[in-house]
Design a protein around this ligand. Structure first.
Ligand code: GDP
Ligand code: CA
Length: 318
């Protein structure tokens, strides 16, 4: 049983589900205690700008400026630039807002100057008043490519332009063999008492992190706790449930999430929603401690309450 004030945690996160969970954790753990490792497999270029959707979602959420309706993008956003881009017949399927553009313009400029994505993210976070370390998983491009019945496409084309409708056959990561966990991520893993896998999409938000050379070994060396992104057999939002069926021919359930992770990384603990209480015994039989609670991270107050339950459970596990 570890004292909460001494616990050092690394959270693995994608976009919305990850951001919602870390927004709870960040209300309870100091910047020394919590580091957040974020998927960059979604990163892409658009309008000549370098976009990092999951980093932005986590940054904006922790800065308290994300759009609460969508969970991504900014509050009080306008789209005047987008309107004029249409005049020039520029693509408009990725609806960048005017304020959001400032982030992408700055990131692109700083990357062109030769700064690493880690350094650029640190500077943007500092300007936005985010104190917790938001760490891109790697500095090199490592892009998720969706191989679908309609052909191969980069992840944002699949996810946003095609609205995740093409049937997925498999995924691959372009650049993964040249990519590496950043020194900051490695340091965070080494110092961690616990790794929390947020309720993010296992295939396109967490796997890109786990696939990086050496990541599995570093993560397996620590107690790992995961929260299910699947509630009552469905994704809270997005294609996670559809991906279970299409990629691994398995019905989506909290149990499928647990066994998917447990296959690569022995889970010390797993948190499922009250709706899935009937799965508790089956998951426990895999040798995992299971906690049943509300896991719908609807607003910052609920996010904090759920983070309290998660961390209380965590302190018993480590
Ligand atoms: P994305 O990059 O924006 O797709 O975000 P993530 O991969 O981090 O999160 C997507 C996953 O988060 C989906 O599978 C959702 O089911 C899950 N999710 C979103 N909100 C919640 C929530 O409040 N509770 C839980 N348990 N899962 C959530
Ligand atoms: Ca994402």
């Amino acid at each position: 049983m570890k004292d909460l004030s001494l616990l050092k945690v690394v959270a693995l996160a994608g976009g919305v589900g990850g951001a919602r969970m870390v927004n709870g954790l960040a209300q309870l753990l100091s910047p020394v205690q919590l580091s957040i490792v974020v998927n960059t497999g979604d990163d892409f270029e658009y309008w000549g700008l370098f976009i990092s959707p999951d980093l932005d979602t986590v940054m904006y959420t922790l800065a308290g400026i994300s759009n609460p309706q969508t969970g991504w993008g900014l509050l009080d956003e306008g789209h005047r630039c987008l309107e004029n881009m249409r005049l020039f017949h520029q693509p408009d399927w990725f609806g960048l807002g005017d304020r959001d553009l400032a982030t992408h313009l700055t990131r692109t400029q700083w990357l062109r100057e030769g700064k690493s994505l880690t350094e650029v993210t640190r500077r943007i976070c500092s300007a936005l008043g985010v104190q917790h370390a938001i760490l891109p998983m790697c500095n090199e491009p490592c892009c998720t490519i969706a191989i679908t019945r309609a052909g191969e496409m980069d992840f944002q084309t699949y996810f946003v332009k095609e609205q995740w409708q093409p049937q997925l056959m498999s995924l691959r990561w372009e650049g993964v063999s040249q990519a590496q966990l950043t020194p900051q991520v490695q340091q965070a893993f080494l110092e961690a008492d616990l790794i929390i896998i947020c309720p993010s999409n296992p295939f396109v938000s967490i796997d890109p992190i786990l696939n990086l050379p050496g990541a599995l070994e570093m993560i397996r060396a620590k107690p790992v706790l995961a929260i299910s992104p699947i509630i009552g057999g469905k994704a809270v939002k997005g294609p996670a449930a559809k991906m279970f069926r299409e990629l691994i021919d398995t019905e989506a359930s909290a149990k499928s999430v647990a066994s998917y992770y447990h296959h690569h990384i022995p889970l010390r603990g797993f948190i499922i929603d009250q709706q899935d209480q009937n799965l508790q015994n089956e998951i426990s039989k895999m040798g995992i401690e299971v906690l049943v609670t509300n896991t719908l991270l609807s607003d910052p107050v609920t996010q904090k309450l759920i983070a309290e339950v998660v961390l209380d459970f965590a302190c018993h596990l480590v």
